[in-house]
Design a protein around this ligand. Structure first.
Ligand SMILES: [Zn+2]
Length: 324
């Protein structure tokens, strides 16, 4: 089995420690909004208002939710809610889908990760061949950056005795369907697609991680097709996706030290069709001159790869603890 560093181990365990120390109350039984006051009781947190945020905090964990907004932060890492935090007769509330498929799995992963230990990680370096992906102002190609980062992630995972396969190992271009089919064929237990961002605005910057949008909900911001609320095969892993995506995004931030664009939701083909918990990582903007320079450097690629690897290992650690 893999070995984890003490620092990584502690960073993952703090979530569990904070939430396991008390008797867990039943989750709300009826569908509908969940009040912040309920969350404060459930997690034994003190609730305060700080500017436009409702903040819940105990000695281990914090939840900050921006009012009339979809932005929230768990232990400092941003997550995008499916629906804005609104005020009703019970005070500020979030929708149940964001509690059950976002915040609660992240804070109480042990209640959601039962099952067999994941054995095979499939890495999916985006684009390839005639599909360059995003192109930087100095002509850096996304397809080349993400292949190198993927190889580094593979090396880190394999050094911990974690089995890895990849959807491409050279400059080829498997279709999106072929990438999903490959994950099925090899019985992937985790699927991680690796990309770098592109935008018309050269100032756009930062890192972000996507997981499949919950059924019945719209995707984050301008991503995904507006109005698409369909259920996808990957939705059976909604809770595990949240744990995995949060672990990757928080470790990516810690290592890459770029601005936090958050854990987001989209119905991207490769993740919505994945046969297992899945995430798509955007490692920075090729189209931002400063980030293009970083993405062209071995040091930054290594930091990003370390973040993604630690995120995956953190997830596996939580699954392993759940099975004890
Ligand atoms: Zn891409």
């Amino acid at each position: 089995m893999y070995r984890i560093t003490r620092k990584l181990f502690l960073s993952q365990i703090v979530l569990l420690a904070g939430c396991r120390s008390k008797t867990v109350e039943a989750q709300p039984s009826s569908e509908g909004p969940v009040s912040m006051a309920y969350l404060a009781r459930l997690y034994s947190m003190r609730m305060t208002t700080e500017g436009k945020k409702v903040v819940l905090r105990n000695k281990w964990n914090s939840i900050e939710i921006e009012t009339d907004s979809r932005r929230a932060w768990v232990n400092g890492t941003m997550i995008w809610l499916h629906h804005p935090c609104r005020k009703d007769g019970r005070g500020w509330v979030i929708q149940e889908v964001d509690f059950k498929k976002g915040i609660d799995p992240i804070l109480r992963s042990y209640a959601y990760l039962a099952g067999r230990m994941p054995r095979l990680v499939v890495l999916d370096p985006g684009h390839g061949g005639s599909d360059t992906g995003a192109i930087g102002p100095s002509k850096l190609y996304e397809k080349n950056v993400v292949l190198d980062i993927s190889r580094r992630v593979q090396a880190h995972l394999e050094s911990q005795k974690i089995a890895v396969r990849t959807t491409r190992s050279g400059d080829s271009f498997p279709s999106l369907q072929q990438r999903s089919d490959y994950a099925y064929k090899v019985s992937a237990d985790l699927f991680i697609s690796i990309h770098a961002d592109g935008a018309g605005d050269p100032s756009a910057s930062g890192v972000e991680t996507f997981i499949t949008t919950a059924a019945g909900c719209d995707s984050s911001n301008h991503y995904g097709q507006s109005g698409d609320k369909t259920e996808q095969r990957n939705n059976q892993y909604d809770a595990a996706n949240a744990v995995l995506g949060f672990s990757i995004q928080s470790n990516l931030l810690r290592n890459a030290k770029r601005s936090d664009r958050g854990l987001r939701r989209a119905r991207f083909s490769v993740i919505k069709n994945a046969p297992c918990p899945a995430a798509l990582v955007e490692c920075g903007f090729v189209t931002n001159p400063a980030e293009e320079s970083l993405l062209n450097s071995a040091d930054y690629r290594e930091a990003v790869a370390r973040g993604i690897s630690n995120g995956i290992i953190g997830y596996l650690t939580m699954v392993k603890r759940t099975r004890r």
